[in-house]
Design a protein around this ligand. Structure first.
Ligand code: ZN
Length: 711
């Protein structure tokens, strides 16, 4: 068969809804290299064309520069996006291998396009004709130029070489840092053999500890009789601290946990030298790019574009949280005193989780498992869709069977314009897949929203509607029993749906700025966290929380417990996040090799105002702070709190008009849709927020929602 008559392989289709069953590991291995080769050739051709135009001084147009670039990127995004998606939801050893084998080439193509001098110059030329561009185009261009600058495209000769070398070394150091944390975590275990060693532990934890013991060679270990193997991984460590009645064991495991990968007690794994090297290199990279420090580099691409703005916010939260955290610690001590515990007079860090759990049980026994029957998935979906209908004037209806899916559990839905649009009557705005249940072994854990198709126009002018993947990992139905969700799972679904709404209700047709594209990293959690707030709204919650068999509403008492649980130990939790955020920021702005202080000394200085229990001597938290040394959060950890301020403040606009005031709630909801959900990355997030709220964000609502206001 000649190639001209051969059907184009599905994996290279580049548009429309994917036919998932045709995206096989064989197709990945056979056609992704072909795609990368084509894209490289076309990029070269584009570079030549632009180079010639630049040399001869021909005026460049958007359609000559940005459109072809976007089309190249979209072909890769479509094909590689489906592969990555399936790798997450239908994993198999074959697919994982095929994915891993192509990843380097995909990254390399992205690097090549992102560091292309000719393209950079062409974008600069285009920017000179700003008056012919609309505001979205101007922002797309500015964002693209900034990202290329931060990749070092503007550096020449030896400077760029040094920059690339340092980037390479930083990538390796990050990987090593993460691996050492993992190895240090896994290298510590403690075998418990006496029944009193596991005093107070819940059955689920005993199960886990016995299973760990069996895996380590104690083939007869049982949850009831032991032995039990304790470790430093979160699923074992966190509940042990929470429930163990053996204070000395809590202390032992706590000390081991906070000193991981710090080279203490003759342990070979030591992340201290890596930390200093990483911070030093980042400082040098920043100066090469023309910034004073790495914090400036990070903030150049964020909504909070100055260190002082971030520090001001963190100080507001710190000042509100500190006295509350002190009271919370005092409340734990009182609880311990009431129960005659000797440590009441001198609580240590390894006592906090334990007494917090006791106090929580004393104040409000919230059995989260017992709430599940009130949250069957179909009912929760109905509640979520009704809420979206009220707030945003849309209708969401099932469209199962209208699109190919990757698993029989996957559902397909359509979003129509208009509140309660009769079936088939409203204009279709978007569609989405929902893959709700966990499938251990073939589906990645956690929950996420991903783009299947991005809103745009195809080359012939027909609109391309956005399509989202919404992925959760909740318990599957069993027999006749539907999937019964924990309250946390309900919050997670609302959260991801918030991301989905921003992706799907966008009105921007330039894909580089449609939906979540081009939205600053510290603003992107605004719609998702905003949606979580509605889980605590009486109308929304009581509207969907009914026992799946009896139809009885969630008891009022349980609702009050949910509200109380939301702010329990809220001061301590906020203070902890402020501590991490401030340490991260100042390490990347103030620390340098000759500053006369070690990173740890700087951290302890910050701890004096951001902790109510000072870190113990061997506390080397920095040595396991993977977010900033092994992940992408360097000088960006504050983003968690920044986005929470935005989402809480956005929700407070609804509280201000009164959550029972239906007309005003709907007006405010439409305004949220027309600003935050519509404008995507086409406008500065500060302007988007102001367009919704009528003013700049304030931390008041978050401080109130976190229970940090003195009553
Ligand atoms: Zn999120």
């Amino acid at each position: 068969m000649s190639s001209s008559t051969a059907a184009r392989p599905e994996i290279l289709r580049g548009q429309g809804l994917p036919l998932f069953e045709a995206i096989t590991p064989q197709a990945v291995s056979a056609h992704i290299p072909e795609l990368i080769e084509q894209l490289n050739t076309e990029l070269t051709t584009l570079e030549q064309k632009l180079g010639t135009a630049l040399d001869s001084g021909v005026c460049l147009s958007w359609s000559a520069v940005m459109d072809p670039l976007q089309r190249l990127g979209e072909r890769l995004r479509w094909s590689w996006g489906v592969v990555s998606h399936l790798n997450g939801v239908c994993n198999s050893p074959e697919l994982r291998e095929a994915h891993a084998a192509q990843q380097a080439a995909v990254v390399q193509f992205g690097n090549r396009a992102g560091q292309s001098q000719v393209i950079y110059q062409a974008l600069e030329e285009l920017q000179k004709q700003n008056e012919q561009l609309d505001s979205a185009q101007q922002r797309i261009l500015a964002t693209e130029l900034r990202d290329m600058q931060l990749r070092g495209v503007g550096l020449d000769g030896s400077e760029q070489e040094a920059f690339n070398q340092a980037s390479q070394e930083l990538a390796e150091l990050s990987t090593r840092f993460g691996n050492q944390v993992l190895d240090a975590t896994n290298s510590w275990t403690l075998k418990l053999s006496q029944p009193e060693d596991v005093d107070g532990l819940p059955a689920s934890l005993l199960d886990q500890l016995a299973q760990a013991a069996r895996q380590a060679g104690d083939s007869d270990a049982t949850a009831e009789a032991g032995p039990w193997l304790l470790g430093l991984d979160m699923p074992r460590y966190a509940p042990f601290l929470q429930y163990s009645r053996q204070r000395s064991l809590r202390e032992q495991v706590y000390r081991a946990h906070v000193s991981r990968a710090s080279g203490q007690a003759g342990h070979p794994l030591n992340n201290w030298p890596l930390i200093e090297r990483i911070l030093t290199l980042r400082g040098e990279q920043a100066r090469r790019l023309g910034y004073a420090n790495w914090a400036e580099v990070s903030l150049a691409a964020k909504m909070a574009n100055s260190e002082s703005a971030v520090e001001a916010l963190l100080e507001e939260l710190r000042a509100a949280a500190y006295p509350v955290a002190q009271q919370e610690l005092e409340a734990l001590a009182s609880c311990a005193r009431r129960r005659g515990a000797a440590e009441a007079a001198d609580l240590k860090p390894w006592d906090v989780s334990y007494w917090a759990e006791k106090l929580r049980q004393e104040s409000f026994e919230l059995d989260s498992e017992a709430l599940r029957p009130y949250f069957p998935l179909p009912q929760v979906l109905e509640g979520l869709f009704d809420l979206c209908s009220r707030l945003f004037g849309i209708t969401i209806e099932a469209a199962d069977g209208e699109a190919p899916v990757w698993h029989s559990d996957v559902r397909y839905f359509r979003i129509l314009e208009g509140q309660q649009a009769p079936s088939g009557a409203g204009e279709t705005l978007a569609t989405f897949y929902l893959d709700p249940y966990s499938r251990p072994g073939s589906k990645r854990g956690g929950a996420w929203m991903d783009e299947c198709l991005v809103r745009s126009r195809s080359s012939d002018g027909t609109p391309v509607l956005p399509v989202a993947y919404l992925i959760c990992n909740q318990s599957p139905p069993v027999g006749e029993t539907p999937s019964l969700m924990s309250f946390e799972e309900v919050e997670t679904l609302f959260h991801e749906f918030g991301h989905g709404l921003q992706h799907m209700l966008t009105t921007v047709e330039r894909p580089q700025a449609a939906g979540i594209n081009g939205v600053e990293w510290d603003a992107v959690e605004l719609p998702s966290q905003f949606m979580e707030n509605w889980c605590y709204d009486r109308t929304t919650l009581m509207g969907m929380a009914r026992h799946w068999q009896s139809g009885v509403s969630l008891p009022e008492d349980e609702y009050r417990k949910l509200l109380a649980a939301r702010t329990f130990m809220g001061g301590s939790a906020t203070l902890r996040q402020v501590h991490f955020a401030l340490v991260d920021l100042q390490l990347h702005s103030q620390w340098h090799p000759d500053c006369g202080q070690s990173p740890e000394q700087l951290r302890r200085q910050i701890a004096s105002t951001t902790t109510v229990l000072a870190p113990i001597d061997e506390d080397a938290f920095l040595c396991s702070f993977g977010h900033i040394f092994a992940g992408g959060y360097a000088a960006g950890y504050y983003s968690y709190k920044w986005a929470e301020v935005l989402s809480a403040d956005a929700f407070s606009a609804f509280e201000e008009v009164g959550l029972a005031n239906e007309e005003q709630i709907q007006d405010t909801g439409r305004r949220f849709r027309d600003t935050v959900l519509s404008l995507g990355g086409s406008l500065d997030p500060k302007q988007v927020f102001e367009a919704f709220r009528g003013r700049q964000p304030s931390s008041d609502a978050l401080i109130r929602h976190s229970g940090l206001v003195a009553v």
